[in-house]
Ligand binder design. Structure first.
Ligand code: CU
Length: 157
């Protein structure tokens, strides 16, 4: 009888372990993510690197400038840095975004509805509770498609 009970407990323990019986709940916390609106830029001389003729996607996110009077051409793009924000469901999240390049960036967070305008030299903060799990776009309306970040909310269970 005792031997049979021991086997049953051992079997139950094995099944729980195999099925991931431990719960992986993470305590929701308050988090601040520090971001920046930036504009990497590259310039070169057409004499050493021919100007690329192919057009880039429209939307303001890419700016390809033809050679100037000195024969220099440039390419630039607007970005969120970082462009992926990973939080746990239930976290109270503050995005604190500094404007480095570009006069302003009107942005919104898909599904969450939070929005704001990032201005050069200023901090813009949006705070929300990450109550919906999934992947959500953070878009700048002035610089698509490149100025897009992802809010990744990991599910509670
Ligand atoms: Cu922008």
């Amino acid at each position: 009888m005792i031997k049979r009970l021991f086997l049953l407990v051992a079997l139950a323990s094995l099944v729980l372990t195999a099925c991931g019986g431990q719960t992986s709940s993470v305590t929701p916390t308050q988090r601040t993510i520090y971001m920046a609106a930036v504009e990497p830029k590259g310039t070169t001389a057409a004499a050493s690197e021919p100007f690329p003729g192919a057009a880039l996607p429209e939307g303001g996110g890419y700016i390809l400038k033809a050679p100037d009077k000195d024969g220099n051409w440039s390419i630039e793009t607007y970005r969120f840095e970082p462009n992926q924000v990973i939080v746990n469901q239930g976290d109270v999240v503050t995005l604190e975004i500094v404007g480095i390049n570009g006069k302003e960036h009107p942005f919104s967070i898909e599904t969450y509805g939070s929005s704001g305008v990032i201005k050069r030299g200023q901090l813009t903060r949006v705070t929300f509770t990450a109550d919906k799990a999934g992947v959500f776009k953070i878009n700048c309306g002035a610089h698509l498609p490149s100025m897009t970040a992802e809010l990744i909310v990991l599910p509670k269970n």
